[in-house]
Write a protein that binds this ligand. Structure first.
Ligand code: ADP
Ligand code: MG
Ligand code: MG
Length: 902
């Protein structure tokens, strides 16, 4: 994206229109022109054209900004002329002249990108003031105090935003003045006081910069325009863009607008409003205002703002009058305008306004940001109000935001005592006692304690501890590290990669930011923010409210993609069903192998050096597997269950310490030396590319035979008791058609044998997980014997990029910062690469077997952008962790609606 300016209309520069005017009941632009005019400019134009009271102004287009950056930071040659012409229109409408000593026009200079980017640049107000025009303003307004208050505001803002001087420089001068005068609020300063402050400000500027504060209004104007363009590339803006996927190539617009004054005494005011409550969604005007104030005074916390309505004031128990009471006539007009705006935009509006001596002016409107809870309520309410359709309601709620509602969260009002910051790996919050080992976590949990497992990093051996814990913290690992993936799957809160934390397991303590916490100390983690906090913090429980359920019904009505869950435990399967999963898309059987009572049989099986030894061990595992599958089939009655056969990175199962291997030798009655030899034989240089997936089933068919037997014995038992389960057997990491054919035969032979033994008839499907580029490329050949495919995009991403997902955290960040990749490909599908392989796989699989069933079961199955991609390439279903099922349902519905609109 660094070179993303190639859509510049270079050749067309001579005839390009860079400036659009608004005001006086009309406008050159409208709300649909956000890309060119930025959100703020487009909506100012729209409000003007609606005949609302908007101070006149002009918008310099985002294309001018794009030109600026693709031409060595220079303006288009004809920009100045167009701005002059636009300014002349503003002068005519305002009846004032820019720079005129007697009748000066003052303007604000405001940034405004396509998407709102809070904090990108501060607005400069009162531009055009200098030592002469301030006198004109004083005379014109008949209020010298107001004129000099405006002038000092201007010097302060301009010096900060354009000249780069610190705010504190001016705040100190003002504080000194207030101390001298023995007053506490700005409003207590007189005209003469402000005049003195202005003089001191100017001295300070000269001292800091070695030159006078710019007096020429034209210099001021172009200085401010340049500062807006420059702010597009400041660190805050870059960071914000990266967080929110806003391309650098968009550029920002600049709005130059005639000033209106909320600081002209007690009939003047400034304020902000939402047409509905943005955190609860309640349909009631919500906001604040300040009398005799300007611009950002309301949010800057200089004075306590007052409520807009009488009802709110009374509820809050406040004394200071509401706007409704203080200026009833303007309030009625205001109420009328905001209601009209909401009806016009058909969505909740976030509004900025100013009252100048009893006259209302609208300065901004936009669709307001809202919490997930508010978004649901507003969408459902607005359908009831016939303001929007059901389909529109489905589009209104950001799918990913539902996460806020699916986990316990920290009370927004709670005090946070920060210990360390890591990655927001799995949302939700949890409080508990620190445990440094999985066993310890489990032990404490069995005693009924809430536990937070804190580890350097986790491995499959820690699963029982993660399960027992309320939350997990790791010092190493990224967003798709073992800890992150497993925690999301289990719905446990997780902060991963908290590098500030140092663990001393022996001493049973962790250190971070100079503090020490011991085993058993209570901490809280905020998995949605990636924060680790000291002590217990107030929580809010997740709530599946009526609005949530209603919106899900509407989403399901338009959705084409089926949504399944990745689940292996009964608890996860029940949760998934509760959230509306339409089956299990991935049951990872290796997770079932790690439970305390089975792991030694599993190790015995893996370490056995002949088939006989393996069969002995497998016979011990079979009953466990059978009962696992029986329970899953029962919970998922009537819905498909895809069971993936064992896919172990072998090393994860091996006993690590000598103590562990000795224990195994004793418990299984095996020869210790032989076991040790076998362990070193099996250890691999590169386990991720080693003896994984179906390679195990090919080398030791008896392992997969045992699993298939367990699956079908369970299926027969369930069918005999009740409904026939819908069984899908999936083979992992398949690459070649011969491999698939071998596995198919193995599956069929065992399945048929069991069905015959049991005297049961049952349909089932055999398929493969596509995790290797070769499998995607040759899906046509695999489909000769496979009846379904599930794209395992975690591994497919890993094998396509050749990046280990467990190690990617260390360097992907550098790639993100340098704009070499836009998004972590383990979080959102790399559509150009991995996606292309999926497309090819889909096409080729269908060419052999038109009714082949196609799904996805990587982490991407729960990522809204990736779900959009799955809809576009025509998959049949997505499968994601249980807690993301509602998100996937909504995202799938939105993708279907988008596809319909095209
Ligand atoms: P942001 O995008 O950070 O909200 P704005 O450009 O909206 O910045 O400006 C912030 C505030 O400055 C506005 O809410 C308004 O109170 C004030 N302001 C901006 N332009 C004018 C104007 N022409 N007259 C009076 N106040 C203005
Ligand atoms: Mg602001
Ligand atoms: Mg604003």
């Amino acid at each position: 994206m660094a070179d993303g300016f190639n859509d510049t209309p270079k050749g067309a520069a001579a005839t390009t229109r860079w400036v659009y005017s608004f005001g006086g009941g009309s406008a050159d632009g409208d709300a649909k022109m956000k890309n060119l005019l930025g959100g703020k400019g487009a909506n100012l134009a729209e409000m003007s054209a609606l005949g609302l009271p908007v101070p006149p102004g002009l918008t310099i287009t985002t294309e001018a900004c794009v030109h600026y950056y693709s031409n060595a930071q220079s303006y288009p040659p004809d920009l100045e002329g167009q701005v002059d012409a636009g300014l002349a229109k503003v002068e005519a409408l305002a009846g004032k002249k820019f720079g005129d000593a007697a009748n000066p026009l003052l303007v604000s200079v405001r940034s405004g990108a396509r998407a709102s980017m809070p904090g990108m640049m501060d607005t400069v107000l009162n531009l055009g003031l200098n030592d002469q025009t301030v006198e004109g303003l004083a005379k014109l307004s008949g209020d010298r105090r107001f004129a000099f208050d405006s002038y000092r505001r201007f010097i302060q803002m301009y010096s900060n935003v354009v000249l780069g001087l610190e705010h504190s420089l001016f705040e100190e001068i003002l504080d000194d003045a207030k101390d001298r005068l023995d007053v506490s609020v700005d409003t207590a300063l007189t005209a003469a006081d402000w005049e003195k402050v202005v003089a001191e400000y100017k001295v300070a500027v000269k001292r800091e910069l070695g030159s006078d504060f710019p007096q020429d209004p034209r210099d001021q104007l172009w200085g401010a325009v340049g500062a807006v363009f420059a702010s597009w590339m400041n660190d805050r803006a870059k960071f914000y863009r990266r967080m929110h996927d806003i391309p650098e190539s968009w550029g920002t617009a600049v709005n130059v607008q005639s000033m209106v004054f909320g600081n002209m005494g007690d009939t003047s005011a400034t304020g902000v409003a939402f047409t509905r409550n943005p955190s609860t969604g309640e349909n009631r005007l919500y906001g604040e205002f300040l009398i005799n104030a300007q611009g950002e005074d309301v949010v800057a916390g200089i004075r306590t703002p007052q409520a807009l309505t009488k009802a709110t004031r009374e509820e809050m128990g406040e004394k200071a009058p509401s706007m409704e009471e203080a200026m009833p006539e303007v309030f009625l007009q205001f109420k009328d305008v905001v209601e009209r705006l909401e009806r016009h935009y058909r969505d909740m509006q976030d509004i900025e306004f100013t009252v100048e001596r009893g006259h209302l002016y609208m300065l901004q409107t936009r669709n307001g940001k809202r919490t997930a809870k508010a978004a649901l309520k507003m969408a459902v309410d607005q359908v009831a109000e016939s303001l929007i359709t059901r389909d529109e309601a489905v589009m209104r709620v950001e799918a990913a935001s539902l996460d806020q509602l699916l986990h316990p969260t920290i009370d927004p009002g709670a005090v946070r005592d920060l210990i360390a910051v890591g990655l927001p790996a799995s949302p939700g919050a949890a409080t508990g006692k620190i445990a440094f080992q999985a066993d310890e976590a489990e032990r404490l949990a069995e005693l009924g304690e809430a536990v937070i497992l804190v580890r350097e990093e986790t491995s499959p051996e820690d699963i029982h501890g993660m399960h027992a814990a309320r939350g997990v913290v790791t010092c190493r690992g990224g967003m798709t590290s073992h800890a992150a993936v497993v925690a999301r799957g289990m719905g446990r809160a997780c902060v991963s990669g908290a590098g500030e934390i140092q663990i001393d397991e022996k001493a049973g303590e962790l250190r971070a930011r100079g503090r020490v916490f011991k085993t058993g100390d209570i901490i809280t983690i905020d998995g949605g923010k990636g924060e680790v906090l000291a002590g217990a913090v107030e929580m809010i429980e997740p709530e599946l409210s009526g609005d949530f359920a209603q919106l899900m019904v509407w989403a399901d009505e338009v959705r084409r993609l089926k949504v399944r869950a990745n689940a292996e435990t009964p608890l996860d399967a029940r949760t998934a069903r509760g959230f509306g999963a339409e089956g299990i898309g991935l049951c990872r059987t290796e997770h079932m192998f790690f439970e305390e009572d089975r792991i030694s049989a599993v190790r015995e099986m893996i370490l056995a050096d002949d088939e006989k030894g393996r069969r002995t061990a497998l016979a011990k595992i079979l009953p466990y597997q059978r009962s696992d599958f029986t329970e899953l089939f029962e919970i998922m009655a009537g819905l498909p269950v895809t069971i993936r056969l064992l896919d172990p990175p072998l090393h994860e199962f091996l006993p690590h310490t000598d103590a562990e291997i000795e224990e195994l030798a004793t418990s299984a009655g095996l020869d210790l030396e032989k076991l040790k030899r076998r362990r070193s034989e099996l250890s691999e240089t590169n386990p991720m590319l080693g003896w994984r997936g179906c390679r195990l089933g090919v080398a030791f068919p008896e392992i997969y035979e045992m699993q298939v037997r367990a699956i079908f014995e369970a299926a027969c038992a369930v069918k005999k008791k009740s409904e026939a389960p819908i069984v899908e057997v999936m083979h992992p990491l398949v690459a070649k058609k011969e491999e698939m054919a071998f596995l198919r035969k193995l599956t069929d032979n065992t399945a048929k044998a069991v069905l015959k033994e049991q005297g049961v008839e049952l349909d089932y499907k055999v398929g493969a997980m596509i995790e290797l580029p070769r499998a995607a490329i040759r899906a046509d050949q695999l489909a000769e014997t496979a009846e379904f495919f599930s794209f395992g995009t975690n591994d497919l991403t890993q094998t396509t990029f050749g990046i280990s997902r467990d190690d990617s955290g260390k360097f992907l960040d550098a790639y993100l910062k340098k704009n070499i990749i836009e998004k972590d490909p383990f979080v959102s599908i790399d559509q150009e690469g991995v996606g292309e392989l999926i497309k090819l796989g889909v096409e080729r699989a269908r060419s052999t077997r038109p009714d082949v069933k196609l799904g996805i079961c990587g982490e991407h199955g729960g990522d809204p952008a990736s779900i959009g991609f799955c809809e576009a390439v025509g998959l049949d279903y997505v499968s994601c962790s249980p807690y993301r099922v509602p998100i996937a349902r909504l995202a799938a519905a939105q993708a279907a609606l988008e596809a319909k609109a095209k």
